[in-house]
Design a protein around this ligand. Structure first.
Ligand SMILES: [Zn+2]
Length: 176
């Protein structure tokens, strides 16, 4: 009786671990098949340079040259990408500031413990004393200040990845 009970309690666990093992092997096998499914055609098209196919690096250069794309064009493309990845947020921030967007109120509230932080709109006013045109920032609560806090957009992981990749491609093309 004791032996029967022990096999009963152990059996489901063994079954479960076998299932897990099989599932893991199947997933692994599936992934291998997918990778192979992608790599084999690329290999036979000559991307790795071992087989003389249409994607062979030497042939790829020739066919690109045939349709009028030179090394300098690809270099220019990656330099443009590099410049875009580097400057897009500066241009965006500059345009936002000129349009009076992404600005919040800096009026101190709660006994100077915090700032209002509400969105402000920019108005041009003529200073009565000096006669000069000055900017005034007015928030929804009615606060009026000569300055406002600007919230710039910062570069994210995608921007930095694109920057590094474009830089690497530029270097590769120049050095090759
Ligand atoms: Zn305010």
């Amino acid at each position: 009786m004791k032996s029967v009970e022990s096999t009963k309690s152990v059996a489901p666990e063994t079954k479960k671990s076998t299932q897990d093992f099989l599932r893991q092997r199947l997933t692994h096998f599936g992934l291998t098949m997918i990778v192979m499914g992608i790599c084999f055609p690329l290999y036979y098209l000559g991307l790795f340079g071992t087989v003389d196919g249409p994607l062979n690096p030497a042939r790829l250069g020739t066919s690109l040259a045939e349709i009028g794309i030179a090394k300098i064009h690809i270099l220019l493309l990656f330099i443009s990408l590099l410049i875009i990845a580097c400057t897009w947020n500066w241009i965006f921030n500059w345009a936002s500031f000129l349009m009076g967007l992404r600005l919040t109120c800096i009026k101190k509230v709660n006994n100077e413990r915090s700032v209002c932080g509400a969105r402000v709109s920019r108005k041009k006013e003529v200073n009565k004393k000096t006669g000069r045109v000055v900017s005034q920032y007015i928030c929804v609560c009615g606060h009026k200040k000569p300055e406002a806090h600007f919230h710039p957009v910062k570069k994210g992981a995608v921007s930095y990845s694109l920057l590094i990749l474009s830089f690497l491609f530029c270097a590769l093309i120049i050095l090759s």
